[in-house]
Design a protein around this ligand. Structure first.
Ligand SMILES: Cc1cc2nc3c(=O)[nH]c(=O)nc-3n(C[C@H](O)[C@H](O)[C@H](O)COP(=O)(O)OP(=O)(O)OC[C@H]3O[C@@H](n4cnc5c(N)ncnc54)[C@H](O)[C@@H]3O)c2cc1C
Length: 360
């Protein structure tokens, strides 16, 4: 289906055709995956009057979206140029996105930093006007926001089958419950290909790309309120909230399947790289380890996200955000809601189309 000619799968958002209620089993839209991407889309669709159910096979916001550093790296010179329009729109939308979450949840999510020092390969640096946030603060606020809406969140649940019907599709959940839905959105992060294969949708290659990270206490001689970033490492200070006075050092980029083991030698390498930017981070006495973890970025072969309509009518994908999913969540939500609404998206997403993976 050509997404630009989509007449609107939710024909009448404004009049809210499907009444919201806890027992409603005929949502307009089912979203697969309750990461930041899936929940941001759910919130946007809900705000436009759609009835939304989100299904997650585990717990909401427990994967890449809370493993991230939280840089809104809109001007990172190493980003592919095809990301620029989506990233810029998202960066502009961030304040409104956070205000909407606060209005629903009562929880404010502050920006942690407002500038980034970018170290270039030729030894020069430049200062970028970019923000960062704490993704765990965002997750807590977003979850509370979603729970304050009629959005239905079904955790520890999978979709076992999706059959096309005259008016949309019939979904069978692992719990045995059947749902009829007008639209299905795949937003399952690094697991998106798996889910789409199970449900006989498009064949799209999205693979996990592991990132290990550590959080250390800031050296006392180094109050830090800017991100420091080179092509190989970043140091992201937390200036507010429960993690204030610490900094994240990340991250490895590994093809390791779904493995999330953290290795001391990899953390040591990250610390050594960070010390090349700010030498005080070399010492585990001056900057002691607080915690470490690994997460799985959803990566496509060309490093770009996949946004748009699938070949199967009524099915959409919003995944593959790789290293920029925290940044790109608000714009992704707008674009997907526009597509379902039958409107042209606010930015050109031709380069991000699922069609680029279509088999000839
Ligand atoms: C170490 C690291 C650092 C990062 N730093 C940054 C950063 O600084 N800035 C930035 O913008 N981005 C960053 N990212 C990238 C960002 O975290 C991701 O792009 C983004 O979180 C992807 O969100 P998502 O919702 O697609 O995936 P996820 O958050 O992984 O969510 C996917 C959800 O799908 C669910 N799911 C899986 N299988 C199924 C199934 N069969 N049925 C139902 N649900 C299913 C999972 O349980 C999960 O809840 C980083 C990532 C990592 C790992």
């Amino acid at each position: 289906m050509n997404s630009s000619s989509n007449p609107g799968l939710i024909p009448d958002f404004a009049s809210n055709i499907s009444p919201h209620s806890a027992s409603n089993v005929a949502p307009d839209v089912v979203v697969v995956g309750a990461g930041l991407i899936g929940l941001a889309i759910a919130l946007e669709l809900n705000d436009r009057g759609a009835s939304v159910t989100v299904v997650d096979h585990g717990r909401s916001l427990s994967e890449a979206s809370t493993a991230a550093a939280g840089m809104l790296a809109v001007d990172d010179p190493h980003n592919p140029p095809e990301l620029a329009a989506l990233s810029r729109l998202s960066s502009q939308r961030y304040p409104a996105f956070l205000r909407r979450i606060e209005a629903l949840s009562g929880i404010a999510v502050p920006f942690q930093t407002e500038t980034t020092v970018q170290y270039m390969a030729d030894g020069t640096t430049m200062r970028l006007a970019e923000h960062s946030i704490d993704p765990r603060q965002l997750a807590a606020a977003l979850l509370a926001a979603v729970k304050a809406t009629p959005i239905r969140l079904l955790e520890k649940t999978r979709i076992a089958a999706a059959d096309d019907t005259l008016h949309g599709m019939q979904l069978r959940l692992s719990s045995g419950v059947e749902l009829s839905s007008r639209a299905l959105i795949y937003a399952a992060g690094a697991w998106t290909s798996e889910v789409m294969t199970t449900l006989h949708s498009d064949s799209i290659s999205i693979a996990p790309r592991k990132g290990q990270m550590l959080r250390v206490r800031l050296p006392s001689a180094l109050p830090l309120d800017e991100v420091h970033r080179s092509e190989r490492v970043y140091i992201v200070p937390r200036t507010r909230g429960p993690q204030a006075g610490t900094a994240l050092i990340g991250a490895t980029v590994e093809n390791a399947g779904f493995d999330t083991t953290v290795r001391t030698e990899d953390l040591d390498s990250l610390r050594a790289l960070a010390a090349q930017l700010l030498p005080a981070f070399a010492s585990a006495t001056e900057a002691p380890l607080v915690e470490s973890w690994a997460g799985l970025r959803p990566a496509t072969p060309d490093g770009l996200p996949v946004l748009g309509a699938c070949a199967r009518t009524g099915q959409f994908i919003a995944s593959g955000h790789y290293r920029n999913g925290i940044l790109q969540a608000p714009a992704t939500a707008l674009v997907l809601a526009d597509l379902l609404d039958g409107k042209p998206p606010s930015v050109d997403i031709t380069a991000l189309s699922p069609n680029r993976f279509a088999r000839s």
